[in-house]
Design a protein around this ligand. Structure first.
Ligand SMILES: [Zn+2]
Length: 40
């Protein structure tokens, strides 16, 4: 289904739940927070 591809292309980047900064999903342990917020 091409519609599925379009759906994922339109997904916004993951954002930090604390500061709203875009998160690169490199590690599953990031959860909903960016690297900076995750260190605290
Ligand atoms: Zn953050």
């Amino acid at each position: 289904m091409e519609n599925v591809i379009e759906f994922f292309k339109n997904l916004p980047p993951k954002q930090c739940a604390s500061c709203g900064q875009a998160i690169e999903e490199q590690h599953e342990c990031y959860g909903n927070e960016c690297d900076s917020c995750n260190k605290v």
